[in-house]
Design a protein around this ligand. Structure first.
Ligand code: A2P
Length: 260
């Protein structure tokens, strides 16, 4: 079987801000992935770009969905996103064949609460996981945090969580198990501050009504920029949680969200 990407069709595109958009593409019947994984996607070659440009993107839709959704930043001079931000329904997207990643339920030991710490487009893998029934089968409580600079950047996550209540598949399972904690760093908002600050000050736990992190009960997934991951992972480790992987599940896992 060839490893070459398949050619998929853009089904919808939605722009949130001048920096953020989401799009959906067709999903080949043979394409299998675990919620939370990422995949290489790209655009066909052109006269100027002789090779297709492929980048790693977290799949934002859950593994049961018949479409694939992605949530992306727009970088004006980014090799891929400068072109990708202009896609329209019916355009062709190249889709890799090998989904991978560590932000998967299998890379964590069983626990009581699952925290998902995200910044910016780092919410994408969690958009997949919060729509997967297995997440609610494995945990009593799921706490999704999303920190952005400005309010408009929270829109995607706020709507996603709001719509989940009416979702025919997971709506009832979600019940009051899912808590969405949104914060801003550069505009006024009820909760202000970086996730690192909110964890260290205890404000996150006050807000969520949960005890401070502990390795017996809590599991953590982290997705954002490299600095955000490094800083957040260091704090989570101070609470005694150990990093896991697919081959060695433990108490927390990390992954860098796509930029460029
Ligand atoms: P801040 O506004 O204080 O930089 P970005 O768009 O740069 O990826 O940032 C998204 C969000 O992540 C912003 O709210 C930003 O806060 C926050 N952030 C940036 N760096 C870190 C870090 N090292 N640790 C935690 N949060 C961070």
């Amino acid at each position: 079987m060839s490893n070459a990407p398949t050619e998929e069709k853009v089904l919808s595109v939605e722009h949130f801000t001048d920096r953020l958009f989401r799009f959906e593409i067709s999903r080949p019947a043979s394409f299998r992935f675990r919620s939370g994984e990422f995949i290489m996607i790209g655009l066909p070659k052109t006269e100027e770009q002789r090779k297709p440009i492929m980048r790693a993107y977290s799949v934002a839709s859950p593994s049961w969905d018949d479409k694939l959704e992605f949530y992306s930043i727009k970088v004006p001079d980014g090799p891929l996103t400068s072109r990708l931000q202009k896609i329209q329904g019916g355009d062709t997207i190249l889709l890799g064949k090998k989904p991978v990643g560590t932000l998967v339920l299998d890379a964590l030991l069983p626990g009581k609460r699952l925290y998902m710490f995200s910044t910016g487009t780092g919410i994408a893998p969690f958009a997949s996981l919060i729509r997967d029934p297995e997440t609610y089968e494995r945990y009593d409580q799921v706490i999704l945090t999303h920190t952005c600079r400005q309010k408009a950047e929270l829109s995607y996550g706020l709507r996603l969580v709001n719509d989940l209540k009416d979702d025919p598949l997971v709506g009832e399972m979600v019940g009051d198990k899912l808590l969405h904690v949104a914060s801003l760093t550069r505009e006024d908002y009820p909760l202000k501050g970086r996730i690192t600050t909110l964890i260290e000050s205890g404000e996150l736990f006050n807000n969520a009504g949960t005890p401070p992190l502990n390795p017996e009960e809590d599991r953590v997934m982290i997705c954002g920029s490299k600095d955000m991951i490094d800083d957040t992972a260091a704090i989570v480790e101070k609470f005694g949680l150990k990093e896991g992987s697919n081959s060695n599940p433990a108490e927390f896992v990390v992954e860098k969200s796509f930029v460029g």
